[in-house]
Write a protein that binds this ligand. Structure first.
Ligand SMILES: [Zn+2]
Length: 330
């Protein structure tokens, strides 16, 4: 035994479940989770996403059905991603801010049925442009300043349909300030602005791109998303968004970036969300499918890792399966 702790045996803490429970930090409540959902046009559609078991593309009527047990279980919010048909895509992403847009219609219907559910919307252009990039493309380059004007219009259009919060994910410089200004100008001062403030160019988005058909046709997103090998600019991204007026910061992906979550949590008093992305979700399903691990035990452990690192809000595909995860003790 080390001299400073002559009689300490940590096994005493672990011997009984009662003592273990006394020392353990609790598993986060369902109210701290946001479930990302994919919306398609039409009715009676519930299309399985092969790369993301347990997740579907829903038409609005089917999404309402899927939300019922999730809301009943106490999940706090959702994040809506619209997946328009290809004939709705354009270089200026007009359908993204149309009053008849998919997201706008979904917000109205969900609010009618679940007024207490907090609705966030993803604000980006990649699903709405034929090239699949997150901004306006000019000669194969993103025009940052034109792009943020469109992003501001998209955010305001979501707020005017009734979204409680908007979450811009395009990683354009100045997007937070442009969106806040536009929201305020249109009297949406109370709309929460949750920034994807530190979003990495990651290889863990593969299953999502399958779900949202949003892979860039040409090139990649390293020109605007943060480099996972550059710690300083990754942290600066969140600092700048805080200065521009973000209400909530976010780290995306989450499990591969626990150090970043911890550091941002320690350096900002703003609430911090972690986006537990598709690849991080699907790899646990893939492992379980090979019988190399228990699915819900792994999910539980991964969520606790985010919890320990300082996550306040969990954006997670596990949100519609929390009933199975929370009851699991192993
Ligand atoms: Zn995007």
């Amino acid at each position: 035994m080390p001299a400073n702790f002559p009689d300490l045996r940590l096994r005493r803490f672990r011997k009984t479940e009662t003592m273990r429970n006394m020392l353990n930090i609790p598993f986060p409540e369902p109210s701290k989770f946001i479930w990302p959902v994919f919306v398609v046009s039409g009715t009676s559609k519930k299309i399985a996403i092969d790369a993301m078991p347990g997740q579907f593309r829903y038409s609005i009527d089917e999404l309402l059905k899927a939300l019922e047990p999730v809301v009943k279980f106490g999940v706090g919010g959702i994040m809506i991603f619209g997946i328009p048909e290809s004939d709705k895509k354009s270089n200026t992403a007009q359908f993204a801010y149309s009053d008849n847009g998919l997201v706008q219609k979904a917000i109205i219907e969900i609010k009618k049925n679940f007024p207490e559910l907090f609705i966030f919307t993803d604000v980006c252009m990649c699903a709405y442009t034929p090239h699949g990039h997150c901004g306006i493309l000019e000669d194969d380059n993103i025009d940052n300043d034109k792009s943020i004007e469109i992003l501001a219009q998209i955010a305001t259009s979501h707020a005017s349909a009734g979204a409680d919060g908007v979450a811009p994910s395009a990683m354009m410089d100045g997007q937070i300030q442009a969106i806040r200004n536009n929201l305020n100008k249109n009297k949406f001062n109370d709309t929460i602005l949750m920034s994807y403030s530190t979003k990495f160019a990651s290889s863990m988005y593969g299953p999502f791109r399958d779900a949202a058909s949003s892979a860039p046709g040409k090139g990649d997103r390293q020109g605007y998303q943060a480099s996972y090998a550059d710690l300083n600019t990754a942290l600066l991204e969140s600092k700048l968004d805080e200065a521009e007026g973000a209400d909530i910061l976010m780290v995306k992906p989450a499990l591969f970036y626990l150090d970043i979550i911890l550091r941002i949590k320690e350096s900002s008093l703003l609430p911090l969300a972690a986006y537990n992305v598709s690849g991080e979700y699907s790899m646990l399903y893939a492992t379980a499918k090979c019988n190399w691990g228990n699915l819900y035990a792994m999910a539980r452990e991964s969520i606790m890792a985010l919890n320990r690192a300082g996550t306040d809000i969990f954006i997670s595909y596990w949100a519609n399966q929390l009933d199975k995860i929370i009851t699991k003790k192993s």
